[in-house]
Design a protein around this ligand. Structure first.
Ligand code: KIV
Ligand code: ZN
Length: 519
């Protein structure tokens, strides 16, 4: 028996399948470079196992598994394989450079899979499990077996299939809810049953692999842990076939936050969760929904006055976890029409202003009027309220006067942007910059004019279909020094909105630098 087959009753392994099941989902396919960005983030998270791909699926998948296996140290690297000699050989070949490797073999066991897909009898499948798990084990010590569609497989036959795999040398038994059909009570019962009834259960790790078709993947995975599973198969941001897999960040934080209830732990470095979620979003070009648990922008944001007051007094009133614990820069108080004076005063203070109580009362009245009109009051708006600056509603010394963007995709010239801005002292500056794209070039030009060294952290553009005035809302987050600044702008045109948002953010950075230099 290998050391990783000795089940540790309190340790739940995190088996990440972002690069295999996740990558299979439409809109999430990744080239090798992109996979490596995610693989490094998973290593930093300290996941136990990375399922890097399905080596037999394509030359690209095989190359990705091999590259991850060559470069990533720490986690076990795994490849999926159907229960055939060819797939197992392809997995072993691609995994060859890995220090720690696992082959994950699967075959359908439910009546639908046996009859409609495989056209094999129960006995033929059992024979194949015995023969090919043994074959895989002859090339790798760490073998995971999955009876696909286990949830819809007859219980006695599922026990028979699992027993055949254990007998042939499987070290992990993964019980997939392939179609996202089960419920927490049902899967708890199934795992309790399997742990007590599969011969040799004490020698293997039971694993859960749930899909989210009915929105229960995380709840089902946690129930499986209560039933005896000691490995969760999951993916960053919950990506995966159809509605996705169990979300890694939700399962991990549920186990950490409710350790009192589950009594188990993972080895995940939780402060690396947010950077990993962001890395995946960036390389797959899929934004994380605002309201996504744990890693969404709103996950630690508060707008209502009652909540903001509570959080400022003691954040445990409305927060069960710290944003910092998952690696988010800080918890954000969003200032809007529901916000109260405590939040306003805290934000003004954070922006470096010291206003007395009387002035705060005045600003609060203006703030409420503005919040009613604009939904969200940004830092830029607040600086304007406090300083009374800028006649066009944007804080800071610089305003855009002209924007020209160009990208000719037919020739080799780099996209460029020429921006003209005017300082409040009347000085005009025009700068032309090149960039990866015209928007990128525009940002470089805005920074050059304002003499700010910044980088774009994110740029969100939303078409406001029901707006009376501007049609595009742009929100730019930039980093200058070790601080982040947000600029929000509404314009008719996408490019104008993006540039205006940059200018708002860069103006704040310039104002902050000036204030810091003066202090
Ligand atoms: O959902 C599923 O059944 C799978 C298996 C290959 C484990 O992804
Ligand atoms: Zn799956």
């Amino acid at each position: 028996m290998t050391s990783n087959t000795v089940p540790d009753v309190h340790h739940v392994k995190i088996f990440d399948t972002t690069l295999r099941d996740g990558e299979q989902a439409p809109g999430f396919s990744m080239a090798v470079d992109a996979k490596m960005v995610v693989a490094r983030a998973l290593r930093d998270l300290n996941v136990d196992i990375i399922e890097a791909g399905f080596a037999a699926a394509s030359p690209g998948d095989s190359a990705a598994v091999r590259t991850v296996a060559s470069e990533i140290e720490g986690p076990t690297i795994c490849s999926l394989a159907r229960l055939t000699d060819g797939d197992i050989d392809a997995a072993l070949e691609a995994l060859q450079p890995a220090k720690k490797k696992r082959v994950h073999v699967f075959i359908g066991t439910s009546p639908l899979h046996r009859e409609a897909k495989l056209k094999l009898t129960k006995d033929q499948i059992i024979e194949r499990i015995g023969r090919l798990v043994r074959y895989a084990r002859s090339g790798c010590e760490d073998i995971e077996f999955s009876p696909e569609d286990a949830i819809r497989t007859e219980r006695d036959y599922l026990v028979e299939a699992c027993a055949a795999a254990v007998e042939a040398g499987a070290t992990t038994l993964n019980i997939p809810d392939t179609v996202g059909y089960t419920t927490p009570e049902e899967i708890y019962d199934l795992f309790s049953f399997l742990v007590s009834n599969v011969p040799g259960a004490d020698k293997v790790t039971f694993s859960t692999h749930c899909h989210d078709d009915l929105g229960m993947a995380v709840a089902n995975s946690l129930a499986a842990v209560r039933g005896g599973a000691r490995q969760i198969e999951c993916a960053l941001n919950g990506i995966g076939e159809r509605a996705g897999n169990c979300s890694l960040e939700e399962a991990v934080m549920a186990l950490a936050t409710r350790k009192d209830y589950f009594g188990v732990s993972t080895q995940i470095e939780t402060t690396k969760i947010y950077p990993a979620a962001q890395a995946l979003s960036r390389v797959t070009h899929n934004p994380i929904p605002r309201n996504k648990a744990i890693v969404g922008k709103n996950a630690f944001a508060h707008e209502s006055g009652i909540h903001q007051h509570g959080v400022l007094a003691n954040k445990r009133t409305y927060e069960i976890m710290d944003a910092e614990a998952v690696g988010m820069p800080s918890n954000s108080i969003v200032l809007g029409k529901h916000s109260g004076k405590h939040a306003l005063s805290a934000r003004i203070e954070a922006l470096g202003f010291d206003v007395g109580q009387n002035r705060l009362n005045e600003i609060f009245a203006e703030f409420k009027a503005l919040a009613d009109a604009t939904r969200e009051v940004t830092d830029a708006d607040l600086i304007k309220l406090v300083t009374g600056a800028s006649e066009d509603g944007r804080a800071g010394p610089w305003r855009v006067r002209r924007t020209e963007l160009a990208a000719d995709f037919e020739d080799d010239t780099q996209p460029w942007a020429r921006i003209t801005m005017e300082h409040e002292n009347g000085e005009r500056r025009t700068v032309t910059e090149q960039g990866g794209g015209p928007i990128d070039a525009a940002f470089a030009a805005v920074c050059a004019i304002a003499d700010v060294k910044g980088r774009i952290v994110s740029l969100d553009l939303h078409h406001l279909a029901d707006a009376d005035e501007g049609l595009v809302r742009a929100e730019a987050v930039i980093e200058a020094g070790d601080r982040r600044f947000t600029g929000v702008a509404r314009e008719v045109d996408v490019a104008d909105a993006a540039v205006a948002a940059f200018v708002v953010a860069v103006n704040q950075a310039a104002a902050f630098e000036a204030a810091t230099a003066a202090a």
